[in-house]
Design a protein around this ligand. Sequence first.
Ligand code: NAD
Length: 484
Amino acid sequence: MTTDKYIKNYIDGALAPAVSGQYLDNYNPATGKVYSHLPDSDENDVQRAVEAAGRAFREWSTAEPRTRFRLLMRIADIIEQNMETFARAETMDSGKPLSMSMSVDIPRAQANFRFFATAVLQFGSESHHMPGEAINFTLRQPLGVVGCISPWNLPLYLFTWKIAPALATGNCVVGKPSELTPMTAYLLSKACIEAGLPPGVLNIVHGLGPKAGQAIVEHPKVKAISFTGGTATGQQIARTAAPVFKKLSLELGGKNPNIIFADCNFDEMMVGTLRSSFSNNGQICLCGPRIYVERPLYEKFRDELVKRTQFLKVGDPFSTVADLGALVSKQHLEKVQSYLSLAEVEGGTILCGGNRLEMQGEFENGYFLRPAVIEGLPLECRTNQEEIFGPVVSIAPFDTEAEAIALANGTQYGLSATVWTQDISRANRVAEQLQAGIVWVNCWMVRDLRTPFGGVKNSGVGREGGSEALRFFTEPKNVCVKYG
Ligand code: NAD
C-alpha cells in the first residue's frame, strides 16, 4: 500500500477526484511545505456519497452480524500489515513523532475495528415481560446513512472510533476526515477496497468543513452525525441538525484540570503530568493544561516540571529521539503563540518555553514550538478559560480540597480531569464532585474501550465507547406482543 500525491475520495467502492476537479494543498507541518493534495469536495460529492450509501444500506443492514464482523476484522488486519505506511503518513500529515503514530494512533485504529467487530456479536437487546398478558421486546435497528466527521489531532484513531461502530451495527457511512490530516483516511479507503467491503458501505469525502462537512450535516438523507472537533463547530452542527431532528453525538473541546495533592506519589505523578501536559504537543482533547497543586508541594512541583519540560526534545518527528514534533499547521502555531502573548498581558510569567524553535535545512519553516509552563494567572483570565490546544500549561497553588474542586469546575468545559492523591476517600470525594465525563485517579489516558467516553457542559453531548456507541448508532423499537 502506498500514499499518493493526489488523494482521492472513496465513493461507491471506487477512488475518484472531486466532481469539481479542484484540489486543496496538504502541508507537512515539519517542513511547512505542501507535499500532497486532497479533493476540494462540495455538495455534489456528498450527494454521490449519500446515494451510494443509500443503495448499499439494505444489503449491509440485513447481513448477518458475522459477515460484518469478518469484513471489519479484515480491514483491521490490513491496517496492521501496513502499520508503518499508515504511521509514516500520520506523522507526515500531523507533525507528531513517528513513535507516537506507531505506538498509539495506528494500533488504536485497528483496535477500534476489532473491538466493534467483536462487540456487535455480543450486542443484545432487552425484553420486558408483563406476566400473563404480553411480552415487549426491543429491536435495535441501524439508522441508515450516517455522517462521521473527525478532527486532525488523532486522525485515523478518531475517524475509525466512529466509523467502526457505525458499520458494525449495520449503518452505511459518509465520513469526512480533517482537511489538515487526510492521508491515513485515504489509506483506509485502499484498505477497504482490498478487504472487499461492498461498494457504498463506507464513503470518504475529503475537503473543507464549511463546504464538504456542512453538506454532510445538511443532507436530508443523513440520519445522524457523530462529530468530534471544536465547540464552535459543534454549535454550528447542532444549529443545522437539531431542527430536523438528526441524532447527534458531539465530542467537543476541553480545558481539563489536573489536581495534585501533596500526598501523591511524586514520581508517578511527575511522569503522568509531563505526559498529560505535552503528549502530542498538548493537542489531545484529554490533555490537562490547568494544573492545580496543593500549596506545600507547589514549589517542588513547579521546579521539577520546568526542569523536565526543558529537557523534552522537540524536532524532526521522524527522528527516534524527538519527544515532540511540529504543531499541526501555521494557523494553529500562530493561535498558540497568540495565547502566550496574552498570558503575559494577563499577568502570567512564562517559566520556560513558548519560543519558536530555530531549525536548519529542511525544517527551517516547520511549526516547532518549545513547550511552555506559565504561572501566576487567575482562573478567570482567557488563558485559563479558553482552549489553547497546544504545548502550554498554566500552574497554580491551592489550599483546600473545596478550592481545588471550585478551580477545576470553573470553566465552560467538562471533558476530563485528573486527580493525584494517595488518599482513597479523598479521591472518591473529589471524583464525585468534578464536572467531567471522565476522571482519572493516579493515571492519565488509561483507556478501556468499553467505558463511556464524552464530556459535560460545553465539552459535548452524548457518549461514545462500548455499548454507548452501539446504542447511538441504532434505533430502539419496542414490539409489544399480547398473548393469553
Ligand atoms: P474543527 O471543529 O475545526 O474541525 C473538526 C472537523 O469538523 C473537521 O473535519 C472539519 O473539517 C469539520 N468541520 C468544520 N466545520 C464544519 C461544519 N460547519 N460542518 C461540518 N463539519 C465541519 O476541530 P479541529 O480543529 O479539527 O480539532 C480540534 C478540536 O477538536 C479541539 O477543540 C479539540 O478539543 C477537539 N477534540 C475533541 C475530542 C473529544 O473527544 N471531545 C477529541 C479530539 C479533539
